[in-house]
Design a protein around this ligand. Structure first.
Ligand code: NPG
Length: 370
């Protein structure tokens, strides 16, 4: 337990090496809110995984900024002595908003672990010092362009290729990639772009032996996913629909998926992510670590999570240079064998580079305890 003296909120923006298109839109810049928490003992960093628009979920940067500045940070200051494990309860007066909450949970936990000299990976019960990396490929303008990107990423060593799909850019794209690469671990992610009426598309994907089909249906649905899962052979994986350990349990009970994507930001931070891991793994269901194009701060957090024992499939834990020419931290590099080192220094193990952070900061607000 410690007192939080100050919180700095920052809106940062980093150009992407190439535009990233999903079924809900195109990104050319990564813009996100960062929180630096200063306690009596240490400082800690948290990255909010929301984006500029409320498209992946209802959270978005300007909304998260207000929730943090006007509700969550004041609650943190008012609480006096506080620990990351208590924040769930402390923040319960704000419904939802897991991404905003995760920013402070992760930042305070980072500060606590730095003060103890303990790494996040060790705190989470990590069993590995390297994790397997996959890469997510946005919807390309043509099948040829997609094949080129896939070939490039395979050469770099990525162990799993995930293709974003949407109606009109699905079966034929997958067929083209599968014919060129019969043996790779290949999956698709629809980001909720289909309905149950499109079940034929998913039956059509079965022959391509995909590792999984991720979030084909509505972003909050569990029941229709269970109906779809009964109609296809390929394993469904849920992402958007799982916002807590309780949702994950419900999804597995209902048969809505056979694989779970864990994004710590989507479920309210690394502590809830650990609970999702625990309930899902206890049921023998594999989990893997999703990504939200995080800067080095969020990437370090994800790598620690991905080193937990139940993370048995390669994650969207790509190298920094997959997205950024210059990251906010020292860049995360992937070895040619497709693995990445898990940070082992205290807390998340990395700090933003001061000069780079200044360059990328669009707005900064420092809040201090009474
Ligand atoms: O490697 O960090 C990464 C990105 C992985 O495809 C990825 N993220 O739906 O999982 C997703 C998707 C995403 C992209 C989510 C943009 C939100 C915004």
């Amino acid at each position: 337990m410690t007192r939080v003296r100050a919180v700095e909120l920052r809106l940062v923006g980093l150009g992407l090496v190439r535009p990233f298109r999903t079924s809900f839109g195109q990104m050319t810049e990564k813009a996100c809110v960062l929180a630096k928490v200063e306690t009596d003992d240490a400082i800690g960093w948290g990255e909010c995984v929301a984006g500029a628009e409320p498209d992946f979920s209802e959270e978005f940067n300007e909304g998260a900024w207000l929730v943090l500045r006007d509700l969550l940070v004041p609650a943190l200051f008012a609480a006096g002595d506080v620990g990351a494990a208590r924040l769930d309860e402390l923040f319960a007066f704000v419904r939802g908003n897991p991404m905003a909450k995760a920013t402070l949970v992760n930042a305070l936990l980072d500060a606590e672990l730095r003060a103890q000299g303990r790494s996040l990976a060790s705190f989470l019960g990590s069993e590995r010092d390297r994790v397997e990396c996959g890469v997510s490929i946005g919807i390309a303008p043509t099948a040829e362009a997609l094949l080129d990107q896939v070939a490039g990423h395979l050469l770099e060593g990525y162990r799993r290729i995930k293709l974003k799909i949407e109606p009109g850019a699905d079966l034929e794209r997958v067929r083209a990639v599968r014919e060129r690469h019969p043996d790779i671990l290949l999956s698709v992610d629809a980001n909720a772009a289909y309905t149950l009426e499109d079940a034929d598309v998913f039956r059509g994907l079965d022959p391509f032996e995909l590792l999984m089909v991720e979030q084909p249906l509505h972003h909050e649905d569990l029941v229709d996913h269970a109906k779809l899962q009964r109609q296809i052979r390929t394993d469904l994986c849920l992402d958007e629909s799982i916002r807590s350990a309780a949702h994950a349990e419900a999804a597995i009970e209902l048969g809505s998926c056979r694989i779970v994507n864990i994004k710590q930001g989507r479920v309210g931070g690394v502590l809830e992510a650990k609970r999702v891991h625990d309930v899902v793994s206890a049921r023998g269901v594999p989990v893997w670590c999703g990504g939200m194009l995080e800067t080095g701060i969020g990437r370090a957090t994800n790598l620690a999570l991905a080193s937990m024992p139940g993370f048995t499939l390669p994650g969207d834990t790509s190298a920094s240079r997959r997205y950024f020419h210059d990251d906010l931290t020292e860049p995360f590099e992937m070895a040619p064998d497709g693995t990445m080192a898990v940070p082992d220094e205290p807390g998340i193990g990395v700090q933003p580079l001061p000069e780079r952070l200044r360059e990328c900061t669009h707005r900064l607000e420092r809040l201090t305890a009474g």
